[in-house]
Design a protein around this ligand. Structure first.
Ligand code: OXD
Ligand code: MN
Length: 607
C-alpha cells in the first residue's frame, strides 16, 4: 500500500512538507516511507539494509574501522552532463551552457517515469541543511529517495535529519528534491546490489520553482542532490535573484608566520586537484593552511561590505585515485576510518586500494567490478572516478571556524585550470571587472600529446560551465553587478596555473605543498605587503627579490623566470579563441567583457 508509515514518522508541523511527501508517495508508490532523523541508530539501520542488499560490504575493522565499500553498476559511475536539464520557462534563460527542455513537456515525461517507480522499495524523506544549521547563509532542502545508499551519503555530505526539520519549522521554505533509482521491484522481484536505470537517466532542474527531479542514477552528483544540483545549479539562480554568489570554489584559511589569517576561495574545473589544494600541507616554513571547504562556496555580503562564505556541505565526496601520502596526506589520514568508499578495489586483507594510493600495488585485489585483479591486469583496479565519502570533521586540516554560521570573510578568489603553456604560475587582476574577464576565459587545454590538438582550449568559465543553472551571459553580468553594491569590498582575483610543462612534457612547477609559496604571495598582496609588476596581462610577482619565496625550492631561477614570464605571442595567438568563446553568449554577454578583451589585445600589441 502506498505511503504506509513505518516507525520512522514525520516529526514536523509543516503542512506543505507533509502534503508534498504524501503527493510524491502517491505517485511513486513505495512500500514504506521512512522520515530520516539523522541519528546514529538510523545510520546503523541504513548500513545493515545496504549490507543485506549486497550494495556495500564492511571493510576490515583493523585495517579500515567503521568503513564500507560499495560497487556501483558499471552503467552508473559518474555525473551525466548530457542527461542534465535546465527547464526554465524560456530557452533563452537556460543559455547555450545548458540542455534546455520545455518544463511542461519534461513534467509529463517525469510523471510517467516516476509513476510507481519506488514500488517494492522504501522512500526515505531526507531533510537537510546546506550550510551550518540556522545560518543566514544556509538553506534547507528535502530529498525523497528510494536509495538507502543515498540517504546514508546525505547524512555525511549534509546536516541531515531532525535538526534540519527543526530549522524549517512549520512554514519555512525548502528546495524539494525528488530522486528515484528508477528500478521498481514488481511482484516481489529480487533486487540487484546497485539498482539504477542505466539507459534512462534524467537530472532535471526547474529554476523558477527551485525544484530538482533525478531519475535513473544512484551515483554522486546525479543522486546526492544537495551538491551540484542544489548548491550550484539551483543556488546559482537563487544567488542571482538575491544578490549573492554560489560558486564551484574551495575555501582555504591561510595563516602567516606573524599569525595573521586570511580566507581565500578558489575556482578550478573538475579534475584540477581542488581537494588536494583545499587540504594542502605547506612546505613554506611557519605558514599554515587550513580547510573550510573543497568544492562549493556560498558567499553573502556582511554589513562591512565583505563577502562571507560558508561551505554548504559537511563532508567530502572526493576522487580516490591519485590520493596518496605525497599528493594529500590529510586526506589519507581522513579516510583511515568511518568512510564509505565507492568503486575502489578491495585488497585480500579487507582494505581498499586505488591507483596512486601507494607506490607499490597489492599483488592481488578484487577490482571495482568485483573481478580478480593483479598488477598485470589491463584495466585499473579502481574506477578512475572511484570516490570516498567522509565527514569533514574527520579532516585533520579543518579550520575550527568551518562551521561558523557567520561564514568567513573572503579576501581573494583564485581561478585556475590545466594549462601546459602560456598562462603564468600566478597573475593578479587589476580590479574586479578584469578578474571577471579572467574568470570568463578560464580554460584547460585538451591533451598536449594529441597531434593537431595542441593549443585547443576547452573553456570552463569560473569552473561553472556544467553547474550554472542559467545563461552564462547573465551569470557574467551578475558577477559585474554584485560588485556595484553600495559599500562592496570585493575580494582580489588571482589566476594560478600549477600545470606548466617544458618541451618534453615534464612539469615546470612541483605543485602540491609547494603551492603554498604562491598562496603566501597572494596573502602578501592582499595584506598590502607584496610586490607586483604591471604587465599587459595583469600583475605578476617580480622574479627574485620580493616575489615568490624560493628558499628550499628545487626549481632553477631560469625555470622561475619562465613560469612568471608573459608569453606575448602565446597570448596573442589565443585571443581569437577567447573571442569566439565569449561570442557564444550572444546578446547576453556583458559589453564590459569584450571591452576587456579588446584592451588586453591592445596592451599585448603595445608590448
Ligand atoms: C566534483 C566535480 O565531483 O566537480 O566535484 O565533478
Ligand atoms: Mn566539483
Amino acid at each position: 500500500m502506498a505511503n504506509t508509515v513505518s516507525q520512522h514518522q514525520a516529526r514536523t508541523a509543516h503542512p506543505g512538507l507533509k502534503a508534498w511527501v504524501d503527493e510524491i508517495a502517491t505517485l511513486t508508490q513505495p512500500d514504506q516511507v521512512h522520515w530520516c532523523d539523522g541519528s546514529v541508530e538510523e545510520q546503523g539501520l541504513l548500513v545493515q539494509t545496504l549490507i543485506d542488499a549486497g550494495t556495500v560490504e564492511k571493510l576490515s575493522e583493523t585495517r579500515r574501522p567503521g568503513s564500507l565499500l560499495a560497487r556501483s553498476d558499471p552503467a552508473d559511475v559518474a555525473r551525466v552532463e548530457d542527461r542534465t536539464f535546465i527547464c526554465a520557462q524560456r530557452e533563452v534563460d537556460a543559455g547555450p551552457n545548458n540542455h534546455w527542455r520545455d518544463p511542461e513537456e519534461m513534467r509529463a515525461t517525469l510523471h510517467a517515469l516516476f509513476e510507481g517507480s519506488m514500488r517494492g522499495r522504501t522512500m526515505y524523506v531526507v531533510p537537510f541543511s546546506m550550510g551550518p544549521l540556522g545560518s543566514p547563509i544556509s538553506y534547507i532542502g528535502v530529498q525523497l529517495t528510494d536509495s538507502a545508499y543515498v540517504a546514508l551519503s546525505m547524512r555525511v555530505m549534509t546536516r541531515m535529519g531532525q535538526p534540519a526539520l527543526d530549522v524549517l519549522g512549520a512554514d519555512g521554505d525548502f528546495v524539494p528534491c525528488v530522486h528515484s533509482v528508477g528500478a521498481p521491484l514488481l511482484d516481489g522481484a529480487k533486487d540487484v546490489p546497485w539498482p539504477c536505470n542505466g539507459e534512462n537517466k534524467y537530472i532535471v532542474h526547474y529554476p523558477e520553482t527551485r525544484e530538482i527531479w533525478s531519475f535513473g542514477s544512484g551515483y554522486g552528483g546525479n543522486a546526492l542532490l544537495g551538491k551540484k544540483c542544489f548548491a550550484l545549479r539551483i543556488a546559482s539562480v537563487m544567488a542571482r535573484d538575491e544578490g549573492w554568489l554560489a560558486e564551484h570554489m574551495l575555501i582555504l584559511k591561510v595563516t602567516s608566520p606573524e599569525g595573521e589569517a586570511r580566507y581565500i576561495a578558489g575556482a578550478f574545473p573538475s579534475a584540477c586537484g581542488k581537494t588536494n589544494l583545499a587540504m594542502v600541507v605547506p612546505t613554506l616554513p611557519d605558514w599554515k593552511v587550513e580547510t573550510i571547504g573543497d568544492d562549493i562556496a556560498w558567499m553573502k555580503f556582511g554589513e562591512d561590505g565583505q563577502l562571507y562564505a560558508v561551505n554548504p556541505e559537511s563532508g567530502f565526496f572526493g576522487v580516490a585515485p591519485g590520493t596518496g601520502a605525497r599528493t594529500n596526506p590529510n586526506a589519507v589520514d581522513m579516510v583511515s576510518r568511518d568512510t564509505v568508499f565507492t568503486n575502489c578495489a578491495r585488497t585480500d586483507d579487507g582494505d581498499v586500494w586505488w591507483e596512486g594510493m601507494t607506490g607499490e600495488p597489492p599483488a592481488h585485489a578484487i577490482d571495482w567490478r568485483g573481478q580478480d585483479w593483479t598488477p598485470d591486469s589491463e584495466s585499473p583496479a579502481a574506477h578512475p572516478n572511484a570516490r570516498f565519502t567522509v565527514q569533514a570533521a574527520r579532516c585533520p586540516s579543518m579550520a575550527p571556524e568551518w562551521e561558523d554560521p557567520a561564514g568567513v570573510p573572503i579576501s581573494a578568489i583564485m581561478l585556475g585550470g590545466r594549462r601546459p603553456n602560456v598562462i603564468p604560475l600566478v597573475h593578479e587582476a587589476t580590479d574586479w571587472e578584469h578578474g571577471t574577464f579572467m574568470g570568463s576565459i578560464m580554460s584547460s587545454e585538451t591533451t598536449i600529446a594529441q597531434a593537431g590538438e595542441v593549443g585547443k582550449l576547452r573553456f570552463d568559465p569560473m569552473a561553472m560551465l556544467p553547474f550554472c543553472g542559467y545563461h552564462m551571459g547573465d551569470y557574467f553580468a551578475h558577477w559585474l553587478t554584485v560588485a556595484q553594491r553600495e559599500g562592496a569590498r570585493m575580494p582580489r582575483i588571482f589566476y594560478v596555473n600549477w600545470f606548466r610543462r617544458d618541451d618534453d612534457g615534464a612539469f615546470l612547477w612541483p605543485g602540491f605543498g609547494e603551492n603554498s609559496r604562491v598562496l603566501a604571495w597572494i596573502f602578501r598582496r592582499i595584506t598590502g605587503e607584496g610586490e607586483a609588476v604591471q604587465t599587459p596581462i595583469g600583475l605578476l610577482p617580480p622574479v627574485g627579490e620580493g616575489g615568490i619565496e624560493t628558499d628550499g625550492l628545487d626549481v632553477s631561477p631560469e625555470t622561475m623566470a619562465e613560469l612568471l614570464a608573459v608569453d606575448t605571442e602565446g597570448w596573442l595567438a589565443q585571443l581569437p579563441q577567447f573571442r569566439e568563446h565569449l561570442e557564444r553568449f550572444g546578446d547576453k554577454l556583458p559589453p564590459e567583457l569584450i571591452a576587456q578583451l579588446d584592451a588586453l589585445e591592445e596592451r599585448l600589441r603595445a608590448g
